[in-house]
Design a protein around this ligand. Sequence first.
Ligand SMILES: Cc1cc2nc3c(=O)[nH]c(=O)nc-3n(C[C@H](O)[C@H](O)[C@H](O)COP(=O)(O)O)c2cc1C
Length: 355
Amino acid sequence: MSLRLASAGESHGPGLVAILTGLPAGLTLDRDAIDDDLRRRQEGYGRSPRQRIEQDRVEVLAGLRHGRTLGTPLALVVRNRDHANWTWGMAPWPPEGEPTGKGTKPVTLPRPGHADLAGVLKYGHDDVRNALERASARHTAVHVAAGAVAKALLAAIGIEVRGAAVDEPGLQARIDEARADRDTVGGIVEIRATGVAPGLGTYASKEDRLDGRLAAAVMAIQAVKGVEIGDGFALAALRGSQAHDEIGPDRRRSTNHAGGLEAGMSNGEEIVVRAAMKPLPTLMKPLASVDLATGEPGQALVERSDVAAVEALAVVAEAAVAWELAVAARDKFGGDALVDFVAAHRAYVDRISWR
Ligand SMILES: Cc1cc2nc3c(=O)[nH]c(=O)nc-3n(C[C@H](O)[C@H](O)[C@H](O)COP(=O)(O)O)c2cc1C
């Protein structure tokens, strides 16, 4: 059985849901560790006031008993506290009574850079909200909760995953200037995973290459427009003699240009994945758009929005990398029970004499 994740949830709907299948039984989860990652996702300079409303917490509806997984599907929920302001506008069932609160008027001015235009055309909506609510990065909250579960599984075999915004002197000043101009910014994040034994992933089929899976998972996060592994794009300008990590007598490398991945497999060195985030598309000084109801030129929707979410992206990408590593580890080491998973990993590292 493989590890799988499905999620549902709109930005201002009642809540976000994730169902995780394939987790070994007997994994101890720490509620505070999951909530801590949810809190980290909400922090960072340049976030919108919504983060003060939400204060995300995980709830578990199934798959856990007394803090240990049962080997059955794990159901996680993160409620949207802001839904209280949208109970009419985002009611799952036809609402009763007069329209009240937010989201009562159809949105007809699509934002460039968002899901709005292609989303309504594709699904046949006449209210842009029907597209933007799911496309919003709000649901990354429940993916971060799933990532925290993945990190617990990885910790059992000595793997640690951590993401951070790439240190940029003046990031706060850049954000302050953008805010003053009613504009937005992007940035770069880096995710590192330590303790990964060689041989997760494979060169045998392209779908299972770990570099491809990591890149796809990180690229699929909202606003990510570039992903690189190790020295990535910079490698293109180097010679082979400068670019590759020579193998020492202990089979370790003194450099890590490859970012811990060769031929779609972990090679035992630190895994390094970087992602570039575009400037966020909701601008307080809106870009040109068209009113889809009238065909008249207009200005794009202005809705409460982050000026920057780079530090939040670091947490979301950390969760995505952790999830993909957990999938690859579960594929390699199996295990309906955690003890089997850990024992298979130990037997493998003993066989290859890897420390
Ligand atoms: C953590 C996080 C927070 C985000 N917050 C916002 C936001 O407040 N406003 C906004 O316009 N876009 C925000 N985005 C980006 C949009 O969701 C994204 O640009 C949009 O869904 C279109 O997808 P694309 O950029 O991948 O093409 C955020 C993305 C992430 C990862």
